[in-house]
Write a protein that binds this ligand. Structure first.
Ligand SMILES: [Zn+2]
Ligand SMILES: [Zn+2]
Ligand SMILES: [Zn+2]
Length: 243
């Protein structure tokens, strides 16, 4: 047998396709001009999007992996084992290469903050999603951080965004407190851990009591008799207590 025979029609099609896309035509229909910065025209893009969604709906109805449509998905997940593993590996690779370049692992464009893997903007967006359900409040959180000079009001510790800064509700959500700007503030993550759903009015001025209770709960050590020397327990604690 000689070398793999190539169908001249395939070659012709390929060359024709390349010429058309080089000339700025849609890579799918080869008729309409492609949208600026994209490979496809408007109508092909709409059709592709609709097909994609329909395929997902069909696969979901047939209980198949949403990505490959071949295997059964992992229970309570939308992807099969192979697709999920591949997706995780790709995400890890992307994150690693961004981090090696000192870039934020979320957006990949801004520089990551010192001691964090995210840029300031993405850290605020992640925090907003965590507490408010979406990124809508990230600018507000940024303004709040600046207004507080980045300092925890309870401990006076300089907070690091994405490191030890967390959002606390002054009147807890469980007690009917709102999600508005005047009911949230940045506090050290350990304050949130100790305060839980205690209202600010109750927690204020009782930091030591809460700290001792938290240490007892977390480390099983009773510090009530020598509350001044917390450094032996944990470096994180000593940074909280050294007001
Ligand atoms: Zn097209
Ligand atoms: Zn799959
Ligand atoms: Zn970012």
């Amino acid at each position: 047998m000689n070398k793999t025979a190539v169908n001249p029609k395939v070659i012709y099609n390929r060359i024709y396709r390349k010429r058309a896309t080089d000339a700025g035509f849609c890579c799918t229909c080869l008729k309409n001009p492609a949208r600026p910065g994209f490979g496809t025209c408007e109508s092909c893009a709409v059709k592709k999007q609709a097909d994609y969604h329909q395929a997902r709906v069909d696969r979901k109805a047939a209980n198949l992996c949403l990505k490959c449509g071949l295997n059964c998905p992992v229970p309570n997940r939308s992807l099969c084992v192979d697709c999920a593993t591949l997706k995780a590996a790709l995400a890890r690779d992307r994150a690693t290469s961004k981090m090696k370049a000192g870039l934020c692992r979320r957006c990949g464009t801004n520089k990551a903050r010192t001691g964090s893997t995210h840029c300031e903007r993405c850290t605020l967006k992640i925090t907003s999603t965590k507490y408010f359900g979406d990124i809508s409040q990230y600018k507000l959180l940024g303004r709040l951080f600046v207004e507080q000079n980045g300092v925890c009001p309870y401990t006076g510790i300089k907070l690091g965004l994405g490191v030890d800064a967390s959002i606390d509700h002054i009147i807890p959500r469980s007690a009917g407190g709102s999600n508005d700007a005047d009911n949230v503030e940045w506090v050290h993550i350990w304050i949130n851990f100790m305060k839980l759903s205690t209202p600010k009015s109750v927690f204020n001025g009782k930091l030591d009591d809460f700290l001792i209770a938290a240490v007892k709960h977390r480390f099983g050590v009773d510090l009530s008799s020598h509350a001044t020397d917390l450094s032996a327990v944990s470096p994180a604690l000593s940074s909280v207590s050294s007001t």
